[in-house]
Design a protein around this ligand. Structure first.
Ligand SMILES: [Zn+2]
Length: 127
């Protein structure tokens, strides 16, 4: 093998190594993406499983230990959410007295707190 052939062979080997490294890097990137995608789908599956299980046992006495604590925490959050939703509903059906700032029923003609006559302009789109 003369000098030129030797240089060409070594250059080709170097290119093959670099090419393999590039291919490996692309493969690893794709695999990392696939892993992230699968982990995301698995997290959703865990969530669905949790909701299914919660709905089975939420009112039962069988939940104890860690499961029982989580069920209790979810129940408490549900109560708070419902309470906030109901507050929003009641706020939506009330208006604020322009004189004293008290929330009064939308249909009231006088403020229950200060007795001011309530003349409201028609509001748009409030249900
Ligand atoms: Zn008032």
């Amino acid at each position: 093998m003369d000098f030129f052939d030797d240089v060409m062979t070594k250059a080709k080997e170097a290119i093959d190594v670099a090419s393999k490294k590039t291919n490996d890097a692309v493969t690893v990137q794709k695999q990392k993406f696939d892993i992230a995608s699968l982990e995301s789908k698995r997290a959703r599956d865990f969530q669905i499983l949790g909701e299914l299980y919660y709905n089975k046992i939420k009112n039962g006495a069988e939940a104890d230990g860690d499961v029982g604590r989580i069920v209790k925490a979810i129940n408490e959050k549900n109560e708070k959410i419902n309470s906030l939703k109901s507050e929003i509903n009641s706020i939506k059906h009330k208006r604020i007295c322009p004189k004293c700032g008290t929330a009064v029923e939308q249909a009231s003609n006088y403020c229950g707190a200060c007795g001011a006559k309530l003349v409201f302009e028609e509001e748009d789109g409030v249900e």
